[in-house]
Design a protein around this ligand. Structure first.
Ligand code: ADP
Ligand code: MG
Length: 303
């Protein structure tokens, strides 16, 4: 055997490696030429080794003909910067009340610090990333988010004003398409702009879902810091239909940041995205495991 200069265990190791690559083939074929929108944030973004792996994974997707589009978050980094500048924030329904001074800092942290770092990381690992801010060139047209709260005594609904927190109304996909046509990997900061030229902070999951819907992406991947959607017994729900997701989103065991994630997946599928997965960004090569292996990871929502 030509291979007999290697020990038996080394042979088995290399054969395993080769078969792993071959195992990916049907998945590469499935996604090649298609758009995959990835919300990148939380823990995975703050860890140097994980962020290097993420950049390489994104580069690999691009090399095999898939179009990854990255939308990033930045909550913890924004929180740190506001603290440094002695600006305090109040939260309503999990959303930061954002005044004029705060939205300026949000814009700086998202569109400069974080966006530039992700673009640099991807470029350092050999990819060609291109940074975008949702509030520039009308990429993400937004409107002020209206939060309705019910007074528990009178049951009267009140609309709360939490400042410059927005929701997307239109995505100008031509900008993203142009970037993809140039062979670039678009990296988008979740900011929006309204008709008066006001800038808004948008939840990154919501922005990623709207972009995925507008592009009719093959997949929406929301990377987070938990295994996926956990049920009332803390067990991972690995696969669920949109109908099941609609029931689950209002259950008492779905709290905080998981609610907008599930709603985003439901909305994206309604808008033509094939599948949406909430997955654990703390796992090394989470993207590759999810896209290119039989088992996948996280919670997959399908239509
Ligand atoms: P990200 O930065 O990824 O957007 P969030 O903190 O906004 O993270 O949302 C993820 C968090 O949602 C988890 O860390 C977890 O604490 C919380 N969560 C609430 N309910 C659930 C649930 N049923 N399953 C999983 N996570 C949940
Ligand atoms: Mg969140």
């Amino acid at each position: 055997m030509k291979f007999d200069f290697l020990s038996e265990s080394d042979q088995a190791y290399f054969i395993h490696k080769a078969s792993t690559l071959v195992e990916a083939l049907p998945y590469i074929r499935e996604h090649s030429g298609k758009n995959i929108v990835i919300k990148y944030g939380g823990h995975a973004m703050g860890d140097i080794l994980l962020s290097q792996k993420f950049s390489k994974d994104v580069g690999l997707l691009k090399e095999v003909g898939i179009n990854p589009i990255i939308v990033h978050g930045g909550g913890p980094q924004i929180g740190k910067m506001l603290k440094k500048k002695n600006i305090s924030s109040n939260f309503v329904e999990g959303l930061r009340v954002t005044d004029t001074k705060t939205v300026k800092i949000v814009e700086d942290v998202l569109s400069k610090d974080i966006n530039e770092k992700i673009v640099n990381d991807i470029n350092t690992s050999g990819g060609k990333a291109e940074g975008f801010s949702g509030n520039k060139n009308n990429l993400i047209e937004a409107t002020k988010l209206k939060i309705a709260v019910k007074n528990s005594d009178s049951n009267i609904e009140k609309i709360l004003d939490i400042g410059f927190v927005g929701e997307p109304v239109k995505i100008n996909i031509s900008i993203i398409k142009e970037s993809l046509e140039k062979g670039h990997i678009p990296v988008i900061a979740p900011l929006g702009i309204d008709q008066e030229g006001n800038t808004y902070n948008i939840n990154a999951d919501t922005a990623a879902g709207a972009i995925a819907g507008a592009l009719k992406a093959n997949k929406l991947l929301l990377l987070t810091d938990v295994a996926g959607i956990l049920d009332g017994n803390e067990k991972l729900i690995s696969s669920l239909s949109v109908e099941e997701a609609k029931k689950i989103v209002n259950k008492t065991f779905v709290l905080g940041g998981m609610k907008p994630k599930i709603s985003t997946c439901i909305e994206a599928i309604k808008n033509g995205v094939k599948k949406a997965t909430i997955l654990d960004g703390r796992i090394s090569h989470a993207l590759i495991l999810e896209l290119f292996t039989e088992h996948g990871i996280g919670s997959q929502i399908y239509s």
